[in-house]
Design a protein around this ligand. Structure first.
Ligand SMILES: Nc1ncnc2c1ncn2[C@@H]1O[C@H](COP(=O)(O)OP(=O)(O)OP(=O)(O)O)[C@@H](O)[C@H]1O
Ligand SMILES: CC(=O)C(=O)O
Ligand SMILES: [K+]
Ligand SMILES: [Mg+2]
Length: 598
């Protein structure tokens, strides 16, 4: 006999309960199928599931506010899905077979692709090494080059069974130097006088002259200002202005790299003159965004975001351009304004990046760690994935081992439980991209394990993120699922999710065990690759949760990813029912997708 815990929605009891109260009614049943599903309001139970039929009509769903919502990607998946198969990352599959559930890495890894890693074999090596997302930076290279990289990643996914997502990063309206006429770098020596100018030169550029991309440069700077290249890698002092030419003396010598970022400081603060009015998304960025939409990238990261408005604008642009695309917009937090408007920017975005490179050029360096901590925390609270980026392993651009300080920095980001870590120059143009990735991977796994063993989990307040009662139920179910999974020491959580929302709510709880996220579309599967602890699978599933579960288990067993003696103990069905089978020796916990299309 099994014991059931039935969780009723207030409306089924006929008694008006306060918004947050849920009624638990212990009951005894002999069958798993005893669900009072019909007593739930439609939107609260199995409202919507991906249809397995090959219909080409978009599914129109009824949502909370009664407005129809078209989920055409549901149909797209149904058309392409093979109902008998399950798709999982080739690396994960091997890892699960060899080491079991618990060993899987929870922190996701993003690699910037550049000349050192753009070939098929090099990309494959990164995928084998654990790259979850490939980032292309539109600051560098031609669109044709980026297109070729995207095609190679796609081919890799198709031919070798990976689900590497693609993130396109916009250039943004930053002030930067030119490409040094194709030279890999230029050396500025102490005391040398260099000219920064907007004047165009043909092939005959005078010595020690650098072009700047911002027309108002000479007007904005003042004599005595400090000019920082790449946030202080090289420093100059402005000594003279002659028309468009700004003459500067080098005060901190170093290597100037092509398109290096420029900021100028006065009396210890960043100068924000007319350049503060530059649009976040430049004319070139819009063309790059069109390119990204046409190529079907998974994420678009927006540089130098200042407000939520620009994110909303971009999201409606993407929606209008490609009705069924689900490109996620990542806000890069790398300016003073983005810190000021942090909460609303993150609320408007689908994720955020702590872009420490430029951030460290805009605020004093000693403020960057606390800014990072705050951004990671706000993202977790608002349920948005967050990437910690820049200089994690900077020395590995040149050396095969990291510094101890770099390992400590990576550890701290993992300990903060950021969703993802990112390599920049280390993978784009460094000498040891694979080794750098290995360091990220091994440090992540080690710190995650240590933190679990130490039971050091912070009790972070997770405020409600949804606005409807239905959303609240989803959140409560995921929070309880994670808590039960921890308390019972289960090996995995299973979640069936169409848009990825339920999976994200589970990920947000940062449970001890990995989360197997089953989703119907390959695009959602790729997108889930950015979120902490999720192991995304593509699987076509139906309205019948019990049969989905049986099917999943037999497919996973057949692939050797779970041992045949594993059984599931706890089941959480649909929106309202948690069923606990006390007699079954067990391993897994499962939570079903709940709200419409989530
Ligand atoms: N597509 C590319 N082609 C050539 N070099 C590249 C490319 N992408 C990156 N790089 C090199 O790798 C370095 C680091 O890359 P990354 O994209 O992280 O730059 P970043 O300056 O940190 O980012 P951002 O410009 O967004 O602030 C760049 O400075 C550049 O030298
Ligand atoms: C990644 C990036 O844009 C930065 O760190 O500035
Ligand atoms: K960029
Ligand atoms: Mg930047």
């Amino acid at each position: 006999m099994s014991q059931s815990l039935h969780l009723f929605s207030p409306s089924s009891s006929g008694v008006a309960l306060p918004k947050h109260s849920l009624r638990f009614t212990p009951s005894v049943s002999t069958s798993n199928r005893q669900f009072p599903v019909t007593s739930f309001p439609r939107r609260c139970c199995f409202a919507i599931r991906a249809s397995a039929s090959a219909s080409s009509d978009p599914k129109v769903l009824e949502t909370e506010n009664g407005k129809p919502e078209v989920l055409s990607h549901v149909t797209a998946a149904a058309v392409s899905s093979d109902s008998a198969s399950i798709e999982v990352d080739a690396v994960t599959e091997v890892e699960l077979k060899e080491n079991g559930f618990r060993s899987t890495r929870r922190t996701k890894l993003v690699c910037t692709i550049g000349p050192a890693t753009c070939g098929f074999k090099q990309l494959e090596a990164l995928a084998v090494g654990g790259m979850n997302v490939a980032r292309i930076n539109m600051c560098h290279g031609e669109r044709e080059w980026h297109k070729a990289v995207i095609e190679r990643v796609r081919r890799l996914n198709e031919e070798k069974g990976y689900a590497v997502a693609i993130m396109m990063d916009t250039e943004g309206s930053e002030i930067h130097m030119d490409d040094l006429g194709g030279a890999p770098s230029a050396k500025a020596e102490d005391g040398e006088i260099w000219t920064f100018t907007v004047r165009a030169f043909g092939s005959s550029r005078p010595e020690r002259t650098i072009n700047v991309n911002y027309d108002g440069f000479a007007e904005d700077v003042a004599i005595g200002d400090e000019l920082l290249v790449d946030g202080g890698m090289v420093r100059f002092e402005v000594i003279e202005k002659i028309g468009p030419d700004v003459k500067c003396r080098c005060t901190d010598p170093g290597l100037l790299l092509p398109r290096a970022n420029l900021t100028f400081w006065r009396d210890g603060s960043l100068v924000r003159e007319r350049n503060a009015m530059l649009p976040t998304i430049s004319a070139k960025d819009w063309l790059d965004i069109d390119f990204g939409i046409a190529e079907g990238v998974d994420f678009i990261a927006i540089s130098f975001v200042k407000s939520a408005e620009v994110i909303n604008h971009l999201k409606s642009y993407i929606a209008a351009r490609s009705r069924d695309s689900d490109i996620a917009v990542i806000a890069k937090i790398e300016s003073i304004d983005s810190l000021k408007n942090l909460e609303e920017i993150i609320q408007a975005s689908d994720g955020a990046m702590v872009a420490r490179g430029d951030l460290g050029a805009q605020i004093p360096l000693e403020q960057v760690p606390s800014a990072q901590q705050r951004i990671v925390q706000v993202c977790r609270q608002l349920n948005r994935p967050v990437i910690v980026a820049s200089q994690l392993l900077e020395s590995m651009i040149e050396y095969p081992t990291p510094t101890r300080a770099e390992v400590a920095d990576v550890s701290e980001a993992v300990r903060q439980r950021a969703d993802a870590l990112m390599l920049s120059g280390e993978s784009a143009m460094g000498q040891f991209p694979d080794k750098a990735l290995t360091v990220l991977r091994s440090v992540s796994v080690r710190i995650e394990k240590w933190w679990r063993e130490e039971k050091r989990h912070e009790a972070m307040e997770l405020p409600e993120v949804g606005s409807s009662f239905s959303d609240s139920i989803s959140e409560e179910i995921c929070t309880s699922a994670a808590k039960m999974a921890n308390n019972l020491g289960v090996d995995a959580l299973f979640v069936y999710t169409k848009t990825g929302h339920m999976a994200s709510l589970l990920s947000r709880c940062r449970p001890d065990c990995p989360i197997f996220a089953f989703t119907t579309t390959t695009s959602v599967r790729r997108r889930l690759n950015l979120q902490w602890g999720l192991i995304p699978f593509r699987l076509s599933f139906s309205d019948d949760m019990e049969s989905n579960l049986n099917k999943t288990f037999s497919l996973l067993k057949a692939r050797g990813m779970i041992k045949s003696d594993y059984q599931f103990q706890l089941k959480c069905f649909g929106h309202g029912i948690i069923e606990v089978q006390s007699q079954v020796k067990s391993i897994c916990y499962y939570t079903g997708g709940c709200t419409s299309g989530s």
